[in-house]
Ligand binder design. Structure first.
Ligand code: ADP
Length: 539
């Protein structure tokens, strides 16, 4: 068998398998039907070309050349129609497509007459090369016009497209150039130009490239198609081997080979399909998760905005309530009945607690919307701590607790941070110690040296303590221990979340420690020591 016969056979097998595979994947799509028609034209042309190559009688050779041309004439028109559908420009080219099919029908009919192939004769090594009839040259001209026209459409689409789609067009274009350059080598000898059809095999490239582009276009899984393609090719080869068996031993051997190839092939396709469908399932789930995640994020943002608006609305009336309550208790509006003293103090206290909670909600919404601003300056942390302890001394006395300040640091403890936020953190930690301690003491201890490069404030209480599970969650939003409610009903579970976030943003940290329920707690707040002398704004 000659190289030309073999290349025609390969073209026929590849084209028909690929066309069928894609058609089976999507029987209803026009694009796939056109692609299949295109590949079948290539396959029909190739198989008859193969038969012509191995034919010895001139009469049959003439028949085959006419027959293969009857298929070949369809190739450029199906290609053209395919391109217009692929680029979604079918409507604009309706006339050219219809004219193309009229040409195809007429040429196909003519190809069975002497108008197309006059006779066969010896040229180069080919014993029965066709001699062109009068209509062959017009056909070649139309053939070229349609191929150039189709390619021009593709090229303009390529230049105006982007991304994935652009890549697909590139594949079709490259495939087309290679395929048609190869295909054209078939026609030189017709006009006595001594170039044999050496490029015939390149037609396979064309079919492969276009298939690849179409598969990606429709997002079919390439692995399944490749596996099926290999398996079907092996089956066809095994059947050919069986048919060509010389004797009964050969026949038996080839039958067994065919059975084995069929079984292995089925298993291979089954496994690849299963793997691919599992992966697709996982991808679908992942994209669903991604979507719901985005929705949740959007909802969370809306919630933060709502909290921020609501908190702002609550803040101003609350300030008025607190102001008037304190003016009333101080006697700014004259004397009031003794009985009213306690209710008034309760109003003031409740308004104070509410204001703190609102502050927490506002801080959370600022953190979540990324709007927390820091006005950093250089100040001495021990001094700030001492003042805060003094501020809260009254509360401690009211609760019958001993609040003590101890400075063990060997440095003056300058830090570069937002003093207001530091005060908020210290308030939160010492207030918590006061809230969660029924009796005993609270020590506020400062430690640190220049060598440590950081200064720490530990708030050590003898209160309700924390279990390991509580310790693991208290820095999260809305997390409170089970026994916290029995001691302090007004907590929001936001204070520590906000405090830690602020500490971290200023380069510091807060860690909590406790030996267990009822065994007291220690909260340690640390900040880096700075060498800076002057204040500066950080954010
Ligand atoms: P809140 O005090 O408003 O509940 P926080 O975020 O400040 O919110 O604290 C979260 C939880 O951590 C508290 O509910 C409590 O369970 C626990 N906790 C905080 N400080 C202490 C402490 N000093 N002793 C025992 N438990 C504490």
């Amino acid at each position: 068998m000659t190289f030309y016969a073999i290349s025609a056979l390969i073209n026929a097998i590849t084209s028909s398998i690929l066309g069928t595979l894609l058609l089976l994947k999507n029987k209803k799509s026009k694009l796939f039907i056109l692609f299949a028609l295109f590949t079948y034209s290539v396959a029909g042309w190739s198989i008859l070309y193969f038969l012509w190559q191995i034919e010895t009688s001139a009469e049959s050779a003439l028949f085959y050349t006419r027959a293969f041309m009857a298929f070949a004439v369809f190739i450029p028109f199906f290609y053209f129609h395919f391109v217009t559908v692929f680029t979604k420009r079918e409507k604009n080219h309706f006339l050219s497509i219809s004219t193309g099919y009229i040409f195809a029908g007429s040429f196909s009919y003519l190809s069975t007459t002497q108008w197309f192939v006059l006779d066969v004769t010896k040229k180069l090594n080919f014993v029965h090369w066709p001699v062109p009839g009068d209509f062959f040259l017009p056909f070649l001209v139309v053939w070229l016009v349609y191929i150039f026209y189709g390619s021009a459409i593709l090229l303009s689409e390529y230049l105006n497209s982007s991304g994935h789609y652009k890549l697909q067009i590139r594949f079709i274009l490259i495939g087309m150039v290679i395929g048609y350059l190869g295909g054209i080598t078939n026609y030189f000898l017709w006009y006595d130009i001594p170039i044999p059809p050496f490029g015939n095999i390149l037609v396979t490239f064309y079919v492969l490239m276009v298939s690849y582009a179409v598969i990606r276009y429709k997002l079919f899984n390439l692995r399944v198609i490749v596996a099926e393609f290999i398996v079907f090719s092996l089956w066809i080869l095994a059947v050919v081997r069986l048919v060509l068996s010389n004797n009964s031993v050969d026949y038996l051997y080839n039958s067994l080979y065919l059975v084995a190839v069929i079984i292995i092939g089925i298993l291979l396709i089954y496994n690849v399909r299963r793997e691919v469908s599992t992966r697709e399932e996982v991808q679908k789930l992942a994209s669903k998760l991604e979507k719901s995640n985005q929705r949740l994020k959007a909802l969370d943002k809306q919630k933060s905005e709502f909290v921020s608006i609501a908190s702002h609305q609550l803040r101003s009336p609350l300030t008025a309530i607190r102001g008037y309550a304190s003016m009333l208790t101080e006697g700014s509006f004259g004397k009031f009945p003794k009985k009213a003293k306690e209710p008034l103090e309760r109003i003031a206290e409740s308004a104070r607690i509410m204001a703190l909670s609102i502050e927490d909600y506002l801080s959370v919404s600022r953190i979540e919307s990324g709007n927390m601003k820091y006005e950093n300056s250089v100040f001495k942390l021990p001094e700030r701590v001492e003042k805060t302890v003094d501020d809260l001394q009254g509360e401690a006395v009211k609760s019958g607790l001993l609040l003590m300040y101890k400075n063990k640091a060997t440095t003056e403890g300058k830090v570069h941070a937002d003093e207001g936020k530091v005060q908020q953190i210290l308030h939160n930690l010492i207030n918590n110690a006061l809230k969660y301690t029924k009796e005993g003491s609270i020590d506020v201890v400062i430690e640190g040296s220049k060598k440590d490069k950081e200064i720490t404030v530990s708030v050590i209480d003898t209160g309700i303590g924390m279990s390991e599970e509580t310790l693991a969650t208290i820095f999260q939003k809305f997390q409170r221990s089970k026994n916290a409610n029995s001691v302090n009903v007004h907590g929001t579970g936001l204070g520590l979340y906000v405090a830690l976030k602020m500490a971290n943003d200023m380069g510091g940290d807060i860690v909590a420690d406790s030996e267990g329920d009822g065994k007291g707690s220690t909260f340690t707040f640390s900040l880096p020591i700075t060498d800076k002398e002057k204040s500066s704004k950080a954010q």
